[in-house]
Design a protein around this ligand. Structure first.
Ligand code: ZN
Length: 244
């Protein structure tokens, strides 16, 4: 079932959806801006013409009407963002690499550049892998510390990493790593959103775990454990043609 964010529904002139894997697979993407997501920190600011080719970016920011900004994910966080007045939108693909490199801050910076204070931006976060399933190796934390997001990870280590799965259910990933830790990826994203000035009350968490939802959502991690046909989720946002 398509998910919607109440916070985004309250923004004037905005349409959006977080699609299931089946809905995403059957979707006609003709005429849509095509980006190649690379787990980086760059966004495309789309303010007039579309660029040539397929830009390698992990987010698109625009004020244009009629442009559907679509993000593809399969464990990473899809962020759909809008200024509260509905004049600016962004779609962002945020995995741990991109978050650690600054994709969240770069996204908020686009709004600031156009005169929108972070306090006037709302963010909806679609399905992603959660700490019930996201086990990382013992070497992950030291690696994270070497990234631009390392200081924030160091300061919040105790709320980001756990010695056991958090609130597991029968669909959750079984432990596999020697001395593995469970990483709270959405909390890592939240810390960066808050550090960038987004208000906690302006973040809408649609909390389904991709790994735990084999009937409806694609999970890259789950496919590494149980080989299956590749499935992904599309999340999109657009400004209405009639809204100026
Ligand atoms: Zn899970």
């Amino acid at each position: 079932m398509t998910l919607h964010s109440q916070l985004l529904l309250e923004v004037p002139g905005i349409r959006h959806a977080f699609l299931t894997a089946a809905e995403s697979a059957g979707r006609d993407r003709a005429g849509e801006l095509d980006i190649k997501q690379v787990h980086g920190a760059e966004l495309l600011a789309l303010d007039r013409r579309r660029p040539q080719g397929r830009p390698q970016v992990d987010g698109v920011f625009t004020h244009l009407t009629g442009e559907k900004i679509a993000i593809t994910t399969a464990d990473c966080l899809p962020l759909l963002m809008a200024s509260r007045d509905g004049r600016f939108i962004a779609g962002v693909h945020a995995g741990w690499k991109g978050i650690a490199q600054g994709i969240v801050e770069n996204s908020v910076r686009q709004f600031i550049r156009h005169g929108i204070a972070p306090a006037d931006v709302v963010v909806a976060v679609g399905p992603h892998i959660r700490a019930c399933c996201y086990e990382v190796s013992a070497g992950f934390f030291p690696l994270l510390l070497t990234t631009p997001g390392g200081a924030l990870a160091q300061a919040h280590r105790d709320s980001l990493f756990f010695n056991a799965p958090q609130r597991p259910n029968p669909h959750s990933a079984a432990p596999r790593e020697p001395n593995g830790l469970w990483f709270d990826l959405p909390h890592f994203c939240e810390l960066h959103l808050l550090a960038a000035g987004i208000r906690a009350g302006h973040i809408d968490w649609l909390e389904s775990c991709t790994y735990c939802s084999p009937q409806t959502l694609g999970s890259y991690r789950r496919r590494t454990h149980y080989p299956a046909v590749k499935t992904q989720q599309i999340s999109w946002i657009s400004r209405d043609e009639v809204f100026c």
